[in-house]
Design a protein around this ligand. Structure first.
Ligand code: PEP
Ligand code: MN
Length: 337
């Protein structure tokens, strides 16, 4: 149920509607826009007649939300969500860039990457300290030490940190060191983890599962949001198809589709999206042209010796070149980068 309050509706009028929704068994989520307050009622009463609330004072309109996701739907926040972390705004006019290695490997590696991505104009350093590897025998990440290394380097270079959380037991550690908690493709439908992330008050970067539909991605975002954490950004990182020329098929069309269906910011990952270094630049350009609010790209000082995902990882000078190209594309569509 979605109730749009009139412009200038009083707090008492809004409260009266909230109270009625609660009486009827709805959980109420409030979104305060520039003009209108929108109340999202999530509950079991799908056959409820919206006219009952339309006659309340201060109510502009009331609708049943037919999509299976409610809070992730653009109707709930028509103007779009801007996630603010310090001076960085994700979902605003500026395209935000995140760069760094697949895995945190050493202090020297992270210091070098932090310096180069910051110099190229990135706002966020990425790097996995807990790694979801297809084989249990592959490197599993440096854990807390890796997070400490990232935090220190990020602070030295004025960057934010994004790093992956694989399990709910890791949440406290991630909260301590990371500004954005990444949920990897393999965990997109780890519903227990998503519910726990609904309780935290830090932004989540939710990656699309390797075989997930756009609707399933939005339902996973809904799990987090229904717990009260509305700061979710979605990440298109390629999906598995019959095509074998690339590691995954980068679904560029998912970007405008998501921008229509949801108010949440959309980030593109052309590294996992293609699996090959040579294709990262063109796909980064395409993603920004298609309306992505951010990019997350793997960068390493010596990608050919990276512990994980070296083939899709850019050298620092390639990242700088990408940033220059992305800036030009962003400028052409009225944005900055
Ligand atoms: C990563 O970002 O390094 C990663 C493991 O990504 P994904 O979950 O998209 O495979
Ligand atoms: Mn990776």
């Amino acid at each position: 149920m979605l109730v749009v309050m009139q412009e200038g509706a009083s707090e008492a009028q809004t409260e009266a509607v909230i109270n009625r929704l609660v009486e009827m068994g709805f959980n109420v989520h409030r979104s305060t826009g520039v003009r209108h307050t929108v109340l999202g009622g999530v509950g079991p009463m799908d056959d409820f007649d919206p006219a009952v609330l339309e006659v309340f004072e201060g109510v502009k309109e009331c609708h049943r939300i037919v999509s299976p996701y409610k809070l992730a739907s653009r109707h709930w926040r028509p103007a779009g969500t801007i996630i603010r972390i310090g001076k960085v705004e994700i979902g605003g006019p500026q395209v935000v860039s995140m760069g760094g290695p697949c895995s945190v490997e050493s202090k020297e590696q992270i210091e070098s990457v932090a310096a180069s991505v910051a110099a190229a104009g990135a706002q966020v350093i990425r790097g996995g300290a807990f790694k979801p590897r297809s084989s249990p025998y592959s490197f599993q990440g440096m854990g807390e030490e890796g997070l400490q290394i990232m935090r220190a380097a990020a602070d030295r270079h004025g960057l934010l940190v994004v790093s992956e959380v694989m399990d709910h037991l890791q949440i406290p550690l991630l909260l301590q060191y990371s500004d954005i908690l990444q949920v990897g493709a393999r965990n997109m439908q780890n519903f227990n983890l998503l519910r726990e992330l609904g309780k935290v008050r830090k932004p989540i970067l939710l990656k699309r599962g390797i075989a997930a539909t756009i609707e399933e991605l939005l339902l996973s975002a809904e799990y987090i949001m229904s717990g009260g954490n509305y700061e979710v950004m979605l990440c298109e990182r390629g999906i598995r198809t019959f095509e074998t020329s690339t590691r995954n098929t980068m679904d560029i069309s998912a970007i405008p589709v998501l921008k229509r269906l949801t108010h949440l910011p959309v980030v593109a990952d052309p590294s996992h999206g293609t699996g090959k270094r040579d294709y990262v630049l063109p796909m980064a350009r395409a993603a920004v042209a298609a309306g992505a609010d951010g990019l997350i790209v793997e960068v390493h000082p010596d990608p050919d010796h990276a512990i994980s995902d070296g083939a899709q990882t850019l050298r620092p000078e390639q990242f700088a070149e990408m940033m220059g190209q992305v800036r030009a594309i962003a400028g052409a569509i009225g944005r900055a980068a």
